[in-house]
Design a protein around this ligand. Sequence first.
Ligand SMILES: *Cc1c(COP(=O)(O)O)cnc(C)c1O
Length: 434
Amino acid sequence: MKYYSTNKQESGVCLEDAVVKGLAADKGLYMPDRIKSLPDDFYQEIDRLSFQEIAYRVADAFFGEDIPTDTLQDIVYDTLRFDTPLMPVSDHIWSLELFHGPTLAFKDVGARFMARLLGYFIRKEGKEQVNVLVATSGDTGSAVANGFLGVEGIHVYVLYPKGKVSEIQEKQFTTLGQNITAIEVDGTFDDCQALVKSAFMDKELNAHMQLTSANSINVARFLPQAFYYFYAYAQLKQAGKADNVVICVPSGNFGNITAGLFGKRMGLPVRRFIAANNRNDVFYQYLQTGIYTPRPSIATIANAMDVGAPSNFARVLDLYGEDHTAICADISGATYTDEQIAETMRQTWQQHHYLLDPHGACGYRALTEGLQPGEEGIFLETAHPAKFKDTVERIIGEPVTIPAKLQAFMQGEKQSVPLSKEFSDFKNYLLTRE
Ligand SMILES: *Cc1c(COP(=O)(O)O)cnc(C)c1O
């Protein structure tokens, strides 16, 4: 399979280059040349297949031409060593729980898959060590660090702003050791991101060591997210309720929902999608007006969705040939204030005894308001509520139990390298590493 850039200046790129580069040289996002439909018999028997079997069939459609069958199967099976169960919440509304992975958020799926795929390329080429640089405001760092933990040939540097991530988040990437190094930058998230960008542009550094990024625009992180859309459908079919499925995705950078749209293009019988936003609602505005106006993000309680210029918007446009009418036919939008998100969390806890996290709450609410008679709704519960313990406890007025997996991180000892926000310091540090 070849990949082209959404900016159309690059095409015919092989999978390995697309994965190692991440972003195309013309600053566009890579798209696969073709999106293969899966055969009817697959959809007929899908409710009798396991998550891993389903995921392998989907992975094969994208990566099968470039990766040997056994290897791809190993990568898929090892990535998905946890379940993503579909749980009933209220009338015709189901939660697809994507928080049963190591860091309790959906980003585990893409990060684990990408780590294993990159590890395969490194082994195959006999490449020297590849160094992954990732700046994080919290959640991405933990998913990437844990996804890449122990993968041979890769070293990960997580840059995070000192004192600006929660204790739980910090523990998830500073206690791992092995091939993971946490760098505690005396600055903001933007400073961390600027350091990473400068590193990628620095000739001397790139001659010294192979650098790559693991952010969410990478095709190896983005495409595997399609797996659980198919599995969600399979679970609904098992329950005999898969005739008119609507899937609602709490969205920030729009990588997650775009993977679902790819699934629909492969024939997955989803009637329509809903993109749920917090107050950062440039996509919602685009749906209403046809005009896309990125703007600076504003802070909300669903902070992983605080994105003012969603990077995967380019992929949505490309997928629909920039046709606003076609986009509106498949996707509708919703947008909620912090007060509405909190109200939804409180009510759902009181009425249905289901604890939503602030992101999932946007998705659930959009279904309660937007589902039509005869439709069955699935929202993606993108993270475990305990990851936002303080916010959730304040809203529901009750203590939240921390799952054992999160507790285990809390017991580890924090290890980090303190650095200033000056690029020269970061560069010297990297140059003297090997
Ligand atoms: C990253 C994230 C999102 C947003 O996903 P996108 O793919 O960026 O749209 C939503 N919820 C949680 C908990 C996240 O970590």
